[in-house]
Design a protein around this ligand. Structure first.
Ligand SMILES: [Zn+2]
Length: 251
């Protein structure tokens, strides 16, 4: 147990950057904005970054929350975050991407899916649109099955199963992702409607059902290769993705 040495000066800096978002019997603590210059295809684009933590304890005494951080072992769990661009609160239209974490695609640049491409391309679209936000959802790996199970699913896929069948063999439903926290954060940052970047009409429907005010959808296709052709086709035939546009079931 570490000694708590938070100076009153440091605390007063932090408390102004923390917002409590109540969610039923839990709380989301949102910290930000923090300037984040991002290398986007060789150009530096400055986003406003926010990160959030979902906690059982609901308190506006942020000192209590800060005191717990050093022993909370947060590195063992992933936290989600959001990159915001432009006048997000006030602009009439904003582009939103709900991006599910993809360790292999986003970090390694795996060609088995098109997540890395979608991540970069979404940021580019948001920048070109002048306003928007990319939510990076940390508990969505492999459409919610986790990285280890995704590795097992890949083994099955290397042996003839498609991506949906592989997940089912491992006992998972096709899609178990939840957007409630992300939508709560979105509503804190912006109450006007948004245009969703996705190829998946079911995702749009899920987000609308969860209370997101969506005014439209922008498709995001590209980066088809011999390695992900079958995967993308499965998304179209089994997961309701629209064909003429096309990509990763992670979408
Ligand atoms: Zn992926």
């Amino acid at each position: 147990m570490g000694q708590i040495n938070l100076e009153s000066k440091a605390f007063s800096i932090l408390k102004d950057k923390i917002e409590l978002i109540r969610s039923e019997d839990r709380a989301i603590y949102l910290v930000g904005p923090i300037q984040l210059p991002v290398n986007l295809y060789g150009e530096t684009v400055v986003f406003q970054w926010y990160c959030w933590l979902n906690c059982e304890e609901i308190t506006e005494d942020y000192q209590k929350i800060i005191d717990k951080l050093s022993t909370a072992n947060l590195a063992e769990f992933q936290q989600s975050s959001v990159l915001v661009y432009g006048d997000f609160k006030n602009a009439d239209d904003a582009l939103i991407r709900m991006h599910s974490i993809c360790h292999t695609g986003d970090i390694f640049g795996s060609k088995r899916c098109d997540c890395g491409f979608q991540l970069k391309e979404s940021l580019k679209k948001i920048k070109e649109h002048r306003t928007g936000a990319l939510f990076y959802l940390a508990n969505h790996e492999g459409r919610g099955i986790g990285l280890f199970s995704k590795a097992m699913a890949y083994v099955l896929q290397e042996n003839g199963y498609d991506t949906v069948e592989a997940n089912e063999q491992l006992g998972f439903v096709n899609d178990s992702r939840n957007y409630d926290d992300a939508i709560r954060v979105l509503k804190t940052l912006r109450t006007k409607p948004v245009t969703l970047i996705t190829n998946n009409p079911l995702k749009l429907e899920a987000l609308e059902n969860a209370g997101m005010h969506v005014s439209g959808r922008t498709p995001l296709w590209g980066d088809v290769s011999e390695y992900n052709e079958k995967y993308l086709q499965t998304k179209i035939t089994k997961s309701g993705h629209l064909k003429e546009e096309r990509t990763c079931l992670n979408d």
